[in-house]
Design a protein around this ligand. Structure first.
Ligand code: SF4
Length: 392
């Protein structure tokens, strides 16, 4: 498996696949060929279909620091392709073939950016458990032994998460004109002072910042960024949990996210929303269970439950914006992560879990492949289609 730090990337919203990944591909190209003054970019698959709502064009202008970009769309392409070619007055520079892989990860045929490097010899949770047994070591030690610099990286991620929520709580007004969507995180925060529902306020704050193109941390994607971000903020500012423990929680969450990424997907365009919101809920449930000092099998149960009850969840963002159903769905999911951790603890006192984490991940993979293309981040079906029909 690849490094956990790959799951926690810092970059601009609103979509890890559609803004962070294109930003990175464009950035690598610009560094390689700084003489370019104009560019030709081809976007394929979901990148083409939801480029406008997902802010891809704006992020390309930001990364390349020019408006001089000829963007073409390949709507028939099945993969999330981003090809780029640059020119100056006298030269045409090499064509690069890029792919957005989900969660901001990229592959570029002509350039090794390191996203694909394998760090863990194990590839699923059963293999990890066997290693832990054989070496008589704890899961957290196993993680840090493979990624010695992970904690420093996670501390940077926490800073971004805190800043994101602070910004989201302190901004109001119109977020999206076409949807007539106004920010409400600040109002939810004021309400939380009496009803104590801070998690919902923090989740909205993170997601509204994301939708506005703010600086974010993927966890494991930006569409699902509100879940772990709000959890970290809540535990730090409402429960005085220190950054060391929060980093450990992100690391534990990350190993489950990594198994999902390796054996299924964390991209809505590949596996539907179960792959984003389901994955983040699973990771958060594992983190909460770890924080509660549960045994490994209870942590696994919580993580398994986090996916199981999101299986089949479709990705159909209205008008292509990461707003409806995404923002509300994040708030539901962070609350559900607490339910999963609680229920796993309760159930394990009377029964074994009959579905392993690896089994539910395989099921997610199977289910994602069965989802129609209209329901995988193309905005061609589901809520997006019904919304358009109602408005027309
Ligand atoms: S519906 Fe889910 S997977 Fe799709 S963009 Fe929204 S959060 Fe991401």
């Amino acid at each position: 498996m690849q490094a956990i730090r790959q799951l926690y990337k810092i970059g601009y919203g609103p979509s890890s696949s559609h803004t962070i990944a294109p930003y990175r591909i464009a950035g690598y190209y610009r560094n390689a060929y700084p003489e370019c003054t104009s560019y030709e970019v081809v976007l394929g698959g979901s990148l083409a279909l939801t480029a406008k709502g997902h802010g891809t064009i704006e992020i390309l202008k930001k990364a390349l620091e020019t408006e001089n970009i000829d963007i073409r769309y390949d709507f028939d392409c099945k993969d999330n392709v981003m090809n780029i070619l640059g020119r100056d007055e006298n030269h045409e520079y090499p064509l690069w073939h890029g792919l957005s892989l989900g969660g901001g990860a990229v592959s570029i045929k002509e350039y090794d950016c390191g996203d694909q490097r394998e760090v863990y010899p194990e590839n699923c949770f059963e293999e990890i458990k066997k290693t832990l047994r054989d070496k008589n070591t704890a899961l957290i030690e196993y993680i840090y032994s493979h990624e010695t610099d992970l904690k420093d990286h996670l501390k940077e991620c926490l800073k971004v998460m805190y800043e994101t929520v602070n910004n989201g709580l302190n901004r109001d007004g119109l977020l999206n004109q076409e949807l007539n969507y106004y920010r409400i995180a600040g109002k939810l925060y004021q309400k939380a002072k009496t009803d104590q529902d801070y998690l919902t306020a923090y989740s909205y704050a993170a997601c509204e910042e994301n939708a506005a193109g703010g600086l974010m941390c993927t966890a494991p994607t930006l569409g699902a960024c509100g879940i772990l971000t709000s959890l970290m903020y809540f535990l730090h500012f409402n429960k005085n949990v220190d950054d060391d423990m929060l980093c450990d929680m992100l690391a534990i969450a990350g190993i489950f996210g990594n198994c999902i990424k390796t054996n299924a997907s964390i991209a809505g365009s590949t596996g539907g929303c179960q792959a984003e919101i389901g994955a983040a809920c699973s990771m958060a449930a594992a983190a909460i269970s770890y924080y509660n000092h549960e045994k490994l099998k209870t942590i696994e149960y919580a993580a398994e439950m986090g996916i199981e009850h999101f299986l089949g969840l479709t990705c159909d963002p209205v008008l292509g914006y990461v707003i409806i159903p995404c923002i509300e769905r994040n708030a539901i999911s962070v609350l559900k992560a607490f339910d999963c951790a609680y229920l796993a603890k309760q159930l394990y006192q009377v029964k074994e879990n009959l579905i392993s984490f690896d089994t539910v991940v395989q099921t997610m993979n199977y289910t994602g492949k069965k989802l129609a293309i209209e329901l995988r981040e193309t905005s061609l079906g589901g809520l997006s289609l019904e919304y358009k029909n109602e408005k027309s």
